[in-house]
Design a protein around this ligand. Structure first.
Ligand code: SF4
Length: 288
């Protein structure tokens, strides 16, 4: 088992990019230093039903990201960092408590991987102040396996992506060629430590839920991702998302410069119906 701070200093290797910067002085490939940067927090009602529940998910958005997805749907925060503020670990703990008091079913940490050492510190502090709702780790899955093991005592629920199965696709669209290898190891470790998603009275309490965003023109990628899940994590539910739109730099990429077509969505559904995979399917949501 690692000491997580030891992965950050003196040269950061906290995430699989292992860019080795001194985060006390410089920003890494995740565009951040050793200070928590929070874009916003609120009750969020747009997650999967057992995550949002009735009262909402206590969502905290962090700025920066260890991936550089050219189509990031959240790019003003993750890539451009156009609006955020620095928060201390004490302040973040206070925000977790505030969200719990507002009725949140969980604390939903969005894009936490590059701040995980500081976030764990805040969770420790918040727990001493009475935080007792589940912690959701909402991640691209580009996470180190040993960090996921470390998170066993901090995280209850993983909302974790499986974005790509192909190294040239992950390289061209997210800047890393080893995404599939890293993400699948992380997902297997999440499952090993937390099992599949467990829901009690309609609300998620623990376990892994895998998300996949269908990219236009890349149905083979989606099918291979679903195949991998069915073969390797058959008990884990999947959330299939159709909400893609060409954000950020996506208009410059011929293959993904449009929304998903209904015919593509239907092909994925037809494949899904032939599998044993269970979970959530977003309605077709191309409004153009
Ligand atoms: S967390 Fe950021 S600074 Fe650290 S290795 Fe990853 S990209 Fe580099």
């Amino acid at each position: 088992m690692i000491g997580i701070e030891g992965l950050v200093f003196p040269k950061c290797r906290l995430c699989p990019r292992q860019c080795g910067v001194d985060r006390n002085k410089y920003r890494g490939l995740c565009k951040t230093k050793n200070e928590l940067e929070m874009a916003s927090y609120n009750l969020h009602f747009g997650e999967e039903p057992p995550i949002s529940g009735i009262n909402g998910s206590g969502t905290i958005f962090f700025a920066g990201c260890n991936l550089s997805c050219v189509y990031c749907q959240n790019y003003p925060i993750s890539q451009l960092k156009s609006a955020y503020r620095q928060v201390s670990t004490d302040e973040l703990a206070g925000i977790m408590i505030k969200l719990q008091k507002r009725g949140a079913h969980n604390i939903n940490l969005v894009t936490p991987s590059h701040f995980v050492h500081l976030i764990c510190n805040s969770i420790d502090k918040a727990r001493t102040q009475g935080l007792n709702i589940p912690i959701v780790y909402n991640t691209s899955s580009y996470d180190r396996e040993d960090v996921v093991l470390y998170l066993e005592k901090y995280v209850d629920i993983y909302l974790a992506d499986l974005k790509y199965t192909d190294s040239s696709l992950s390289k061209s669209l997210s800047g890393v060629s080893d995404y599939f290898e890293i993400a699948t190891k992380a997902l297997l470790t999440m499952y090993k430590t937390k099992g599949a998603l467990k829901v009690k009275k309609g609300i998620a309490i623990s376990g892994l839920l895998i998300r996949h965003l269908i990219l236009p023109g890349h149905l083979d990628n989606t099918i291979k991702a679903l195949e991998w899940i069915e073969n390797n994590l058959p008990k884990v539910p999947v959330s299939l998302m159709s909400q893609y739109f060409p954000a950020y730099r996506a208009l410059k990429f011929k293959d993904i410069n449009r929304k998903l077509q209904k015919i593509e969505y239907n092909k994925v559904l037809s494949y899904l119906n032939r599998t044993q995979i269970d979970g959530f399917i977003q309605d077709y949501c191309n409004n153009s």
